[in-house]
Design a protein around this ligand. Structure first.
Ligand code: SAM
Ligand code: FES
Length: 346
């Protein structure tokens, strides 16, 4: 039965494709609670009640891609585009270190303005000013040469969600010019270059099934990433997927728990998207086995413009200080934000 599969996953940290599918299909409240309890325990054994934070700096909402689900896709003429200058980004990092962040995530659309030269200068400068901080990049698909140069300049980690491990599903979520095999290859390249790599996917994206999710889990089992970011799909009103249903809290939490059992040392964020569809989503994510939060550190003036999906939280003036807000939220469930780079445990 399903609980036996959870025990097996907990013990062996691996399942077959068929077992994964059965486990994912078999979710009910009772099974999910069973998985969450063990997942929370595993997380506590490794991380205690310490939650890692990453300061998220959304450097640009220009993007050359046209993903069907994404609010900053190229064809969305309604977004006001922005890009942060070198000075803007450096000042975010300065403020961030002051606030207690020891990791900065530079995320953005695929924007040609950020050439290898621009990125490498920026990475070096951040590292010079904040030698005790880690830099995570999340800038989409780039060349191997580009990944190498940025790694040499000092970048430590790279987040590139694989989005789905099923090629046909991938094709149904992206226009033809986007290539599934290339995205997967990027993840292996990044790993070879010595980055701590994060992959991930949206829960409840159009066309996702227990079978495609089982493939995601097997893919992760093989890749052995340092981090996996998952959050619910949330529709954006200016995209082709605007009428699709959003992903559910329950399924997202269940998959977080299963990921914790698959790889106990995994860095697993309770994402902003989860906090968007449920006011206590991030707290629930931690209680399901997550151990990372990524507070927004972007300048307030641009936050509304980095709207990947509708009603994204932390974009108003009242959200100026997400680190403190999240600190309080974590305290309310018996956890604490720590001042730490939060590298993947070896
Ligand atoms: N351009 C980079 C890339 O492609 O990896 C980083 C930025 S991209 C906007 C970051 C992630 O946002 C994507 O990997 C996707 O999973 C997520 N995302 C985009 N649209 C979303 C939506 N409507 N709901 C939930 N997540 C979404
Ligand atoms: Fe941004 Fe709470 S985390 S306002």
């Amino acid at each position: 039965d399903v609980k036996a599969l959870i025990d097996k996953l907990d013990k062996e940290n691996a399942l077959s494709l068929d077992e994964w599918e059965e486990l994912i299909r078999g979710r009910c409240d009772q099974v999910a609670e069973y998985a969450a309890e063990i997942a929370r325990q595993r997380s506590k054994e490794i991380f205690g009640n310490r939650i890692y934070t990453r300061g998220l700096i959304e450097i640009s909402n220009y993007c050359k891609n046209n993903c069907y689900y994404c609010g900053i896709r190229r064809d969305n003429r309604q977004v006001e585009r922005y890009r942060l200058s070198r000075e803007d980004i450096l000042s975010c990092a300065d403020i961030g270190e002051e606030l207690g962040f020891r990791t900065f995530v530079l995320q953005g659309g695929e924007d040609a303005y950020y050439t290898d030269q621009v990125m490498c200068d920026l990475i070096r400068e951040i590292k010079e000013r904040h030698p005790n901080c880690a830099i995570t990049l999340s800038l989409g698909e780039r060349s191997e040469e580009s990944y190498r140069l940025m790694r040499e300049a000092g970048a430590d980690r790279y987040l590139l969600r694989h989005e789905t491990a099923d090629k046909d599903h991938y094709k149904s979520l992206h226009p033809q010019e986007m290539d599934f095999d290339h995205r997967i290859q990027c993840l292996y390249t990044l790993k070879d270059l010595g980055y701590q790599v994060g992959c991930g996917f949206m829960v409840g994206s159009r066309g996702q099934t227990p079978h495609t999710l089982a493939k995601d889990m097997v893919f992760i089992q093989n890749l052995q990433p340092a981090m996996v970011g998952i959050g619910p799909f949330v529709p954006h009103h200016e995209t082709p997927l605007k009428d699709q249903a959003q992903g559910t809290v329950e399924e997202t939490l269940y998959l977080i728990s299963l990921l914790r059992l698959l790889q106990p040392k995994l860095l697993l964020p309770a994402t902003t998207a989860l906090g968007t569809i449920d006011p206590r989503g991030r707290e629930k994510g931690i209680l399901a086995g997550a151990n990372v939060v990524m507070p927004n550190l972007s300048p307030i003036s641009v936050r509304k413009q980095y709207e990947l999906y509708d009603n994204k939280i932390c974009t108003g003036d009242e959200a100026a200080e997400c680190r403190h807000c999240l600190g309080n939220r974590m305290q309310s469930i018996g956890y604490e934000l720590v001042v730490d780079r939060g590298d993947a445990p070896v």
